[in-house]
Ligand binder design. Sequence first.
Ligand SMILES: N[C@@H](CCC(=O)N[C@@H](CS)C(=O)NCC(=O)O)C(=O)O
Length: 227
Amino acid sequence: MITLWELGGKDGRRYSLFSWRARMALAHKGLAFEARPVCMSDKAAIAFSSGKTVPVIKDEETVVRDSWKIAEHLEDRYSQAATLFGGGIGRGVTQAFNVWVDRTLVLPMLAVIVADVHERVDPADERYFRESMEKVLKTTLEDARDRRAEAMAGLARALEPMQALLKRQPWISGAQPAYADYILFSLFQWARVMSPGDVLSPSEPLHAWRERLLDLHGGFARRVPTA
Ligand SMILES: N[C@@H](CCC(=O)N[C@@H](CS)C(=O)NCC(=O)O)C(=O)O
């Protein structure tokens, strides 16, 4: 049995975007897991991992921290199950995509949803979350809320290459969904779980793609508490 440590929000919400990458990778491989929600401010709960972030998994005696390393671990250990990367070149290109998403899309999405996320974190995390996010965004949560329209325009600009791609092929990974799809999907699931206003409109290619992702693995990502 695999155990996954991830962030727990109010009313059973699981909102850690990086943990959604691990969740989707586990579902893709058909692996059962037990989820352990933790507070963002409770570093003692994950001290065994020698780090300060989730996701962390424990797979028998092996502890793995960091969503990318978890994906690699699952691909290597469960090589007979459906592939996450599609071989060595696919692994490299997927890691390139991982870096691109983290460097260009996470902040624009955070700017849009941060105040909504704050309302739904575990009450024990409210202060920690506010302090760390205001430092990252260099603004208050209240200012971020007031500037949501501007942030939405920035997010739309950043997402444009993915809208264009999804007019050419159904999945980020090509003909079939794989880990690159879960990397991008994690941002939309973060928003879906924590922010009541949808960041996509139904006419956009990304909207239809997200619907297809929500249907994957028996509706695994659809059937969770959302905003
Ligand atoms: N590169 C890491 C990033 C993990 C990360 O930043 N996780 C966030 C939650 S989504 C976290 O644990 N933050 C704790 C904190 O900021 O104190 C990964 O891919 O796993």
